[in-house]
Design a binder for this molecule. Sequence first.
Ligand SMILES: [Zn+2]
Length: 425
Amino acid sequence: MPDDSRGRDELLLSGVRLVSGQVVDVSLRGGKVRAIQAPGTLPPAAEGLDLRGYLLLPAPAEPHAHLNDALTADRFPNLIGDLGGAIAAWSDYQPSVTRDDFVERATRAALLGLANGTTAIRSHIGMDEMVGTKAVEALLEVREALRGVVDLQLVALNVRMTGPEGAEMRALMRRAMELGVDVVGGCPHLDPDPIAYHHLVLSLAAEFGRPVDLHTDEDLDPAVLYLPNLADQVAETGFPHGVTASHCVSLGVQPPEVTADVAKRVAAAGVAVICNPQTNLYLQARGWPSAPPRGLTALRSLLEAGVTVAGGSDAFRDPFNPMGRGDPLETASLLVTAGHLTLEEAYAAVSSGARAAMGLPEVEVAPGFPAELLAVEASSLGEAIAGGTSRVVIHQGRVVSRTAITREFPTATAVPAATLGRSKV
Ligand SMILES: [Zn+2]
């Protein structure tokens, strides 16, 4: 991207299509959407961008990433293919990763996500006795370096936290908060005492005034169900800083009456739920000889209960998921095909739902809202989710990324130009 976009305070997007189908001009000023009017009726701005053929959407956000692990799949394969295999591979290689390696890959992964449209990314960062806060310190550096380009929220992630065995990890979590990490994380279902774990992280987060985002019930065993206790503790304590439960896999395999009851309690507590379809499709039910469950949470029940539901990409070409491209439209596509959400629900999960789960201000393509926008070369929301590739990303009212593709075919091939958008024939 040329640097000439820096410092622009005024931008006119012309000829762009809204999800309603209406074609409009949109003016941005001071980091906000200022006006939306019929083409040619707004005054000229200091900078203009011709977006004919593009669909304008509120920018997605990535609510669940692991930037410190991203792009390692070819170096550190998961030999078993399930969550245990991924954790084993992770534990083996983490101590050998240098700070510069963390910084380089996390930066590259964040920028790939930005190119796909995510102007805000929440990344968990694993810690253990051997790695300490090395990855945390590297990601804090990346967060500062990318400020103004893409917003990063960092979550300190421990597995073991309770009892005498968790003392060192509790100290590390405290150290991470003191260093400036944004969110308290964890994996209560992998600790011997998940209930005490909830109490511990809520107390620690209250002390530091930080939100909580926990890997929750990432298991297909229906007995691994600690989400209702998390919701009840949040409701009972009135924890005020925001709580998010990521994964919630086992909620998807409960009897309907249990699912409905838990969804009601989660809604009452104001706990947001993040579904990570690609990684859980990869990791869960591995080796089941037939009828493997999809490993997604109970999306429909949660939505019906009024829970804030978000969609994340989670692992991104690492031992937890060798596939992926950090693309919210790919996540939305999976929420349609594997989660059976509508197009609108799926896009809301990766945009408004994701932003709400991250505690960010609401974004709409409407005057007065923050100018966090994604323009995709597509004529409808379905076409964008199914494969919109050419994209323009706007953060704080200025263009921060452009991706354009060119398709070419033999000149003798008779393909109607209209079916190829702006592609060259
Ligand atoms: Zn995760």
